[in-house]
Design a protein around this ligand. Structure first.
Ligand code: ZN
Ligand code: ZN
Length: 423
């Protein structure tokens, strides 16, 4: 039992504390959607085209703002930040890959020791809230499902879900259609359809639904393909709203065009540049967007780390060369990047480079397979230019959170707002 401010006795709402923040159990079903790669421009174009009535209703009747994604603006660090309610310095996932200087190997961060802290999802399940985490990409599942006593599966491997391992037996039966093909936009819609079923059938109280950015990598805002996808997502959002759910929408990062007027990718290959300046084999350039799932960006994004492996080569010289390279917007030491962007310092390179808007950064030209782009313009993310994301809630904010929203918002504030901040 709890005493409210006016002295009346009210039923205590269970709450959990995760990474220093307290999250209340929801009063109504709550779905948080991580709309992968949903640059605010996609929402604006779809709104102008009149194809997203439910999103518009949320923006007009609930709450809408622009928030900042965690740097680097990649999928894994941001999904983990969102479910932890904290930046990478707290949970340790600052890219898809990192360079282990001790062994000289590139290691997928989520496969290594993984996350250092607990998630909001696990915290809620620990106080009896029925939680589901559904992700398009199986690679994210382990992180989202960490210590979660609930339902957790990926669209990629929906048919392989088991009661014991995923809290649900064969998720294709829930959704009513087969596992989507790999590299298909239906992966995202499958996630949303699963969320709609889980919420409307009263199976869960909180659902985290993480999509994929296949469409956004291939299609600019306002194109027929992008608007069709926005509409398909909006239809599912409508079903969640009709079920009386609180819906929160946020993105892991935006998306930008990185091609020239002729359609060729505009890339600064930093390993080639550094080799030309200082001789080959003295640095390792790590592209932390590297991802076994998504091939259409050729592992090119807006953020790379340079590890100086030859102790005879001064870091300051490499930093100077990187900073002076066309296509690099900002370069800094790893320590400076960690301090500025709330990143774990021990996983930073010696030098961090962030692309100038409209450019991508790579290692050696030969390291990147651009054939998968198949004539389409390179669209990608990773830098500061992709940090702005939508932050939309279906319900208006209470007074305390209206005040909170007047300050800077991060995408990883979404659970705080959806659980604690709406009327
Ligand atoms: Zn993403
Ligand atoms: Zn992507």
């Amino acid at each position: 039992m709890d005493l409210s401010l006016d002295g009346a006795r009210t039923q205590a709402i269970p709450a959990c504390t995760v990474n220093g923040r307290t999250y209340s159990a929801p009063r109504r079903p709550t779905a948080v959607i991580c709309y992968d790669g949903c640059d605010p421009a996609y929402v604006a174009a779809a709104r102008a085209a009149g194809v997203v009535p439910h999103l518009v209703r949320m923006m007009d009747e609930g709450f809408a703002a622009t928030a900042l994604a965690a740097m680097p603006t990649f999928t894994n660090p941001n999904n983990v930040s969102i479910v932890c309610g904290a930046p990478p310095s707290v949970h340790g996932i600052s890219g898809n890959y990192y360079f282990d200087a001790a062994t000289g190997r590139e290691i997928m961060m989520l496969d290594a020791e993984g996350m250092r802290t607990g998630t909001i999802l696990a915290g809620l399940s620990g106080i009896g809230v029925r939680v589901a985490a559904v992700t398009a990409k199986d690679k994210l599942l382990k992180a989202l499902a960490k210590d979660l006593d609930g339902i957790a599966f990926s669209a990629e491997r929906a048919d392989a879900a088991t009661q014991e391992g995923n809290g649900i037996e064969d998720a294709t039966r829930l959704v009513g259609r087969p596992t989507p093909a790999p590299y298909h936009p239906d992966l995202s819609l499958f996630v949303l359809d699963a969320g709609v079923k889980l919420v409307t059938e009263g199976k869960v109280d909180v659902a985290y639904l993480s999509l994929s950015d296949l469409i956004q990598h291939a299609h600019a805002p306002g194109t027929a393909e992008a608007n069709a996808f926005m509409k398909a997502v909006d239809d599912r959002v409508g079903a969640l709203l009709a079920a009386g759910a609180t819906v929160g929408i946020v993105a892991d990062h935006g998306m930008n065009d990185m091609a020239d007027d002729a359609g060729a990718a505009r890339v600064a290959y930093l390993a080639d540049t550094i080799d030309a300046a200082f001789g080959a084999g003295r640095v390792r350039v790590i592209c932390p967007i590297t991802d076994p799932f998504v091939r259409h960006h050729g592992a090119l994004g807006g953020f790379v780390r340079v590890h100086v492996t030859d102790p005879a080569l001064p870091v300051a010289d490499v930093l100077g060369t990187v900073a002076g390279t066309e296509g690099v917007g900002e370069a800094m030491t790893g320590a400076d990047a960690a301090a500025r962007f709330d990143l774990p310092p021990e996983r930073e390179g010696d030098v961090v480079a962030i692309a100038a808007p409209g450019f991508a950064l790579g290692a050696h030209r030969a390291d990147h397979d651009l054939s998968a782009l198949a004539g389409t313009r390179l669209r990608s993310h990773g830098g500061l230019a992709e940090q702005a994301v939508p932050f939309i809630l279906s319900h208006p904010l209470n007074e305390a959170y209206r005040a909170k929203a007047s300050g800077p918002l991060r995408n990883y504030d979404i659970f705080d707002f959806a659980l604690n901040g709406v009327i």
